[in-house]
Write a new protein. Structure first.
Length: 90
Protein backbone atom coordinates (compact mmCIF):
# COMPACT_ATOMS: atom_id res chain seq x y z
CA UNK A 1 0.00 0.00 0.00
CA UNK A 2 1.07 3.54 -0.57
CA UNK A 3 -0.21 7.08 -0.47
CA UNK A 4 0.15 8.97 -3.72
CA UNK A 5 -1.55 11.41 -6.04
CA UNK A 6 -5.03 10.21 -6.87
CA UNK A 7 -6.49 13.15 -8.85
CA UNK A 8 -5.20 12.00 -12.24
CA UNK A 9 -5.47 8.32 -13.20
CA UNK A 10 -2.38 8.62 -15.42
CA UNK A 11 -0.29 8.55 -12.22
CA UNK A 12 -1.55 5.02 -11.48
CA UNK A 13 -0.90 4.00 -15.09
CA UNK A 14 2.64 5.39 -14.96
CA UNK A 15 3.32 3.68 -11.62
CA UNK A 16 2.17 0.36 -13.06
CA UNK A 17 4.32 0.84 -16.16
CA UNK A 18 7.38 1.73 -14.08
CA UNK A 19 7.12 -1.26 -11.75
CA UNK A 20 6.36 -3.63 -14.62
CA UNK A 21 9.35 -2.36 -16.58
CA UNK A 22 11.64 -2.42 -13.55
CA UNK A 23 10.62 -5.71 -11.94
CA UNK A 24 8.76 -8.04 -14.29
CA UNK A 25 10.02 -11.04 -16.25
CA UNK A 26 13.78 -10.91 -15.84
CA UNK A 27 15.73 -13.81 -17.35
CA UNK A 28 17.94 -14.12 -14.26
CA UNK A 29 15.08 -14.86 -11.80
CA UNK A 30 15.34 -18.35 -10.36
CA UNK A 31 12.48 -18.10 -7.83
CA UNK A 32 9.52 -18.99 -10.06
CA UNK A 33 7.83 -21.58 -7.84
CA UNK A 34 4.38 -19.95 -8.05
CA UNK A 35 4.73 -18.57 -11.58
CA UNK A 36 6.50 -15.88 -13.53
CA UNK A 37 4.94 -13.13 -11.40
CA UNK A 38 6.21 -14.64 -8.12
CA UNK A 39 9.63 -13.00 -7.85
CA UNK A 40 8.45 -9.65 -9.27
CA UNK A 41 5.74 -9.56 -6.59
CA UNK A 42 8.34 -10.06 -3.84
CA UNK A 43 10.49 -7.25 -5.23
CA UNK A 44 7.54 -4.85 -5.62
CA UNK A 45 6.38 -5.59 -2.08
CA UNK A 46 9.86 -4.87 -0.75
CA UNK A 47 10.09 -1.56 -2.63
CA UNK A 48 6.56 -0.31 -1.92
CA UNK A 49 6.03 -1.91 1.49
CA UNK A 50 3.04 -3.67 2.95
CA UNK A 51 1.64 -1.10 5.37
CA UNK A 52 1.05 2.61 5.75
CA UNK A 53 0.18 5.01 8.53
CA UNK A 54 -2.66 7.40 7.78
CA UNK A 55 -3.40 10.33 10.08
CA UNK A 56 -7.05 10.76 11.06
CA UNK A 57 -8.39 14.12 12.15
CA UNK A 58 -11.96 14.56 13.34
CA UNK A 59 -12.84 11.07 12.13
CA UNK A 60 -11.56 11.60 8.55
CA UNK A 61 -8.40 10.67 6.71
CA UNK A 62 -6.06 13.65 6.90
CA UNK A 63 -4.55 13.40 3.43
CA UNK A 64 -3.47 16.10 1.03
CA UNK A 65 -6.04 17.43 -1.41
CA UNK A 66 -4.71 15.29 -4.29
CA UNK A 67 -3.77 12.19 -2.29
CA UNK A 68 -5.35 8.76 -2.17
CA UNK A 69 -4.49 5.35 -0.79
CA UNK A 70 -3.23 2.83 -3.34
CA UNK A 71 -3.79 -0.85 -2.67
CA UNK A 72 -1.15 -2.47 -4.85
CA UNK A 73 -1.69 -5.95 -6.29
CA UNK A 74 1.62 -7.36 -7.48
CA UNK A 75 0.43 -10.71 -8.86
CA UNK A 76 -1.08 -11.08 -12.32
CA UNK A 77 -3.98 -13.05 -10.83
CA UNK A 78 -4.01 -12.16 -7.13
CA UNK A 79 -6.11 -14.15 -4.73
CA UNK A 80 -8.46 -12.81 -2.09
CA UNK A 81 -6.85 -10.23 0.22
CA UNK A 82 -7.70 -9.05 3.71
CA UNK A 83 -7.09 -5.52 4.93
CA UNK A 84 -6.40 -5.05 8.63
CA UNK A 85 -7.04 -1.60 10.05
CA UNK A 86 -5.80 -0.68 13.50
CA UNK A 87 -6.97 2.61 14.99
CA UNK A 88 -5.10 3.91 17.99
CA UNK A 89 -6.64 6.88 19.72
CA UNK A 90 -6.90 8.65 23.00
Amino acid sequence: MSINENADSSVRDDMESFFSDTCDHKDYYTHLYEGSDDMPSHIKSTIIGSSITVPITNGRFNLGIWQGIYLNEHRDYGSERNIVITVIGE
